[in-house]
Design a binder for this molecule. Structure first.
Ligand SMILES: Nc1nc2c(ncn2[C@@H]2O[C@H](COP(=O)(O)OP(=O)(O)OP(=O)(O)O)[C@@H](O)[C@H]2O)c(=O)[nH]1
Ligand SMILES: [Mg+2]
Length: 415
């Protein structure tokens, strides 16, 4: 971004802030008015409105939407007009959003993502920028960049790719600091986007008219159950009929933990409380329930660890067999949850799961406060898995569909 462009974007951010502030003030006034009005008058006013609404609503099926445009009941509060707001607004503007289309929820999420990746950035971008300054890139600065990328857990293959592309580019032309960063961002995006493009689906949402079953898998403690809870919320708030199967029958508290999440998003949990219940049997019951209720999405929690005689992978394939048998036309997604803070260890887990579990995507969690966010690139490049969602916090709204543009901008946010 040159100076003129960035001035224009700042102006845009200021306009967006003013609009959001105005909306918030209006909402406050409306609420105040409602409080001051006597109850009977409110009722009189509301009734005709309700009838009008009923007439206005389309008669056909409920409109289902893409998870990234989900509208939550309570919107995030508008904070200060600060650097974080400006950066988030600029990222939205760069993706073609109109000034009156942005929401405080989107700003909130992007600010969280940027804050979350701060540790990764500190050990990488900040140092890189110090080394580069505003001078043109040199072969020596590429050596520094190579070390920094590897240290940020980007992985050897991805690092080689990026450095080789930069080297080729440097042979053709002189690259200033800013241009170098821009080129680097583009290269990182190409790596992350490749498995997403190969999968033929830019974003993952349940397919209409079918039962979609998403198996949430991964080693213990990475955030499977939490992620499933956040997904249930995203999905039900996006008008998909959602159901949860408590397939982790190993850990005693797992069902209770799921029920708490189910309550928060108004999604039922199918479980079997008996000791050592068979996970495949729980899935069997859940599929029956999902068929009866015409659910769009069944989210299946699985154990990260099993009783010694049972192999985790055998258990997963048993679950898949049951689904295939009972609903042959179900769309099954096996999503591997990876804890970003585990860095290269997470990469190892992904490789071993990918070998035997027939995975279709990855979900990266705990991107808040880790210095190893770069591992997302290694997962894309070395395991060839499309990243579908990312989690940056323990709250119900702290999971969003993966957007490579936003991720790379947040990773290199200092410039
Ligand atoms: N900071 C942070 N914490 C997270 C995130 N996702 C999950 N956690 C926390 O990680 C811990 C483990 O989460 P669980 O969802 O229970 O993990 P699990 O994979 O289901 O664990 P097992 O069922 O024991 O295998 C909990 O304390 C969660 O609150 C995240 O994105 N950010
Ligand atoms: Mg769990």
């Amino acid at each position: 971004m040159n100076n003129n462009e960035s001035d224009a974007s700042r102006e845009w951010a200021a306009q967006a802030y003013a609009l959001l502030k105005q909306k918030q003030e209006l909402k406050k006034q409306e609420e105040q008015l409602k409080e001051e009005q006597p109850k009977e008058e409110q009722l009189k006013e509301e009734q005709p409105k309700e009838e009008q609404l009923k007439e206005e609503q389309p008669k056909e099926e409920v409109h289902v939407q893409d998870f990234s445009s989900v509208k939550y009941e309570t919107e995030a509060k508008l904070g200060e007009f600060d650097d974080e707001f400006t950066w988030s607004a600029m990222v939205l503007a760069a993706q073609g959003k109109k000034v009156n289309e942005i929401s405080t929820d989107e700003i909130d999420w992007l600010s969280k993502l940027r804050r979350g990746l701060e540790e990764t950035r500190k050990g990488f971008v900040t140092e890189l920028l110090d080394k580069l300054g505003d001078d043109p890139l040199t072969p020596e600065s590429l050596d520094d960049l190579e070390t920094l990328l590897i240290r940020a857990d980007v992985g050897i293959n991805s690092t080689d790719k990026v450095i080789n592309s930069l080297r080729r580019k440097l042979n053709e032309e002189v690259l200033g600091g800013d241009e170098g960063i821009k080129f680097l961002k583009d290269e990182l995006r190409v790596i992350i986007d490749k498995p997403i493009k190969n999968s033929g689906k830019n974003i993952l949402v349940p397919q209409r008219g079918k039962l979609n079953v998403w198996l949430i898998v991964g080693v213990n403690g990475v955030g499977k159950t939490t992620t499933l809870g956040k997904l249930a919320y995203l999905s039900s708030k996006s008008n998909y009929k959602t159901l949860i199967a408590a397939g982790d029958t190993f850990r005693a508290a797992a069902v209770e933990q799921l029920k708490v999440w189910g309550n928060r998003s108004n999604v039922d949990v199918i479980s079997n409380q008996s000791k050592n219940a068979d996970p495949a049997a729980v899935v069997f019951d859940a599929i029956n329930a999902a068929k009866k209720r015409k659910s769009d999405l069944l989210l299946v929690d699985t154990a990260g660890r099993l009783q010694t005689k049972n192999n985790l992978m055998d258990e997963l394939s048993k679950i898949k067999k049951i689904i295939d048998k009972k609903v042959p036309d179900a769309i099954i997604e096996s999503l591997l949850v990876l804890d970003a803070s585990q860095g290269q260890n997470g990469l190892k887990q992904a490789k071993s799961f990918a070998k035997s579990a027939n995975l279709s995507g990855a979900i990266i969690t705990k991107l808040d406060g880790t210095s190893r966010g770069g591992v997302s690139l290694a997962i894309s490049e070395e395991v060839n898995l499309p990243i579908r969602f990312i989690g940056a916090g323990e709250g119900i709204k702290d999971l969003r569909p993966f957007n490579s543009f936003e991720f790379v901008e947040a990773l290199l946010a200092d410039r």
